[in-house]
Write a protein that binds this ligand. Structure first.
Ligand code: 5AD
Ligand code: SF4
Length: 433
């Protein structure tokens, strides 16, 4: 009988792909089968996120639960960003944990699983050319890493300390992965990196100098690839060449994530983001001028140390001018190993909650307005998921979730859908013949 693996993935799309890589390596070397029931698993893994404090706290209570319900002899592993950050502390606090594997050491999984109390968190480990075995949880969309690590010094962010310095993955490996996925019928390629449009800044071996725009061109030439998405780009690196390629390349989906973080140039400076409010608005203007129906999403942190009412008002001003289609907003959470952890001008937590409420209420009101504009529109939808309620779900080119009555036969197909009913998060429609 094959062994069973339960894996819980927290955090970002990068972590989702890291989990796929670990599943693939374990499958090939050990023959694991996936389970969604931790009680029957021989190996329980949590792929953690450390970007905010709350999930880190939750980790230890969750580990306790897994330890109580696991079957005899089952192993528990902690992987990902919190593993990188806390390392052997995790085994000190939860001695039943069998191994700790950092976010930059994913390729060591098949080894580490046999070394009791192993802690592999080397931050300089270079996995940029490692040929991971193949596993994808979706047959329709392929996540592909284009870089590891992050070279930015944003003062709020722990990621450079959990994922190490930025190294781009060689373009031929990326193209080969895209071609392999396309051969299997995958139409959508989703490129991943902490800072995708900084691609090409550093390779670990000899490599042609190619930037992200050129990489996009090369991927769109791969036969069978019909859609390209990517996350996350950095507003600082959104040069004209990049925006122009985004606009004119029909395979690049017209949704852009632009993590603003703050609308105040003062706060952006304290965050070391490298751009100003004006630059951000200028990039949005250029983008919207070239791609009028582009949907723009963002990440915002409120109550960063020193954020005055006036600073917050600048953030709201950007919110009103841009009218983002999706806003991921967070109250600032001080993180260890970051510069901002030592800032002394913290904002009162209640003020932070109030600002978050104001911002989220505004973001919701924009969504309520926008959804009405979708009614009656025809969208090209790529169907990826069969729902239990007799619907199939997919995304439009500009990233709007659309559901239609349908069945398995629709999966993996792109169809024109007329929107007949709208809600804040999902639009319903009918396929046009
Ligand atoms: N506190 C709150 N939010 C944070 N993020 C990153 N670090 C912090 C922090 N210390 C948010 C940013 C980032 C997203 C992934 O998480 O908005 O873009
Ligand atoms: Fe979380 Fe950032 Fe690590 Fe992704 S890279 S898992 S968001 S800390």
């Amino acid at each position: 009988m094959s062994k069973k693996l339960f894996i819980e993935t927290l955090g970002c799309a990068m972590n989702v792909r890291d989990s796929e890589h670990m599943i693939a390596e374990l499958n090939v070397h050990e023959g694991y089968e996936l389970t969604t029931d931790a009680r029957e698993a021989d190996l329980i893994m949590i792929n953690t996120c450390s970007v905010r404090e709350k999930p880190v706290h939750k980790l230890f209570s969750e580990l306790g639960v897994f330890n109580r319900l696991k079957k005899e002899g089952a192993k528990i592993g902690v992987c990902g960003c919190t593993a990188s950050h806390l390392g052997k502390e995790i085994i000190k606090k939860a001695p039943f944990v069998n191994f700790v594997l950092g976010a930059r050491n994913v390729s060591k999984i098949a080894d580490v699983v046999h070394k009791d109390k192993a802690v592999e968190i080397d931050i300089d480990y270079d996995e940029s050319q490692f040929a991971f075995k193949d596993f994808r949880s979706s047959g329709h969309k392929a996540y592909i890493n284009i870089s590891i690590g992050c070279d930015k010094q944003c003062t709020f962010c722990i990621v450079p300390k959990t994922r190490g310095e930025e190294i781009s993955i060689p373009a031929d490996l990326i193209i080969a992965e895209a071609a392999k996925a396309a051969l299997k019928g995958v139409k959508e390629i989703f490129l991943l990196g902490q800072n995708v449009n900084n691609y090409g800044r550093r390779f670990s071996g000899e490599h042609d100098k190619i930037n992200f725009t050129e990489l996009l061109r090369r991927i769109s030439a791969v036969e069978g690839v019909e859609r390209i998405r990517f996350t996350s780009p950095h507003p600082l690196h959104m040069d004209d060449e990049f925006i122009e390629e985004f606009a004119k390349n029909p395979k690049i989906c017209k949704s852009m994530h632009m993590p603003l973080q703050s609308g105040s140039s003062e706060i952006l400076k304290a965050m070391k983001r490298g751009y100003t409010k004006e630059w951000f608005l200028n990039r949005v203007e250029k983008l919207r001028a070239m791609v009028p129906d582009v949907s723009i999403s963002t990440d915002i942190i409120v109550a960063f140390p020193g954020e005055s009412d006036e600073d917050f008002e600048h953030t709201m001003d950007v919110m009103r001018r841009v009218r983002f289609e999706q806003v991921f907003s967070f109250k600032y959470s001080p993180r260890p190993l970051t510069e901002a952890e030592h800032f002394t001008n913290a904002i009162d937590s209640e003020i932070g909650s109030d600002r978050l409420n104001i911002l989220q209420a505004y973001a919701d009101s924009v969504l309520d307005d926008l959804k009405l504009t979708h009614l009656g529109k025809v969208m090209e939808v790529y169907f990826e998921e069969l729902r239990s309620d007799g619907y199939v779900a997919g995304r439009s080119d500009n990233n709007i979730m659309v559901k239609v009555k349908g069945s398995e036969e629709h999966l993996g197909k792109i169809a024109k859908v007329k929107i007949t009913e709208v809600s804040r998060m999902v639009q319903y429609g009918e396929i046009l013949a």
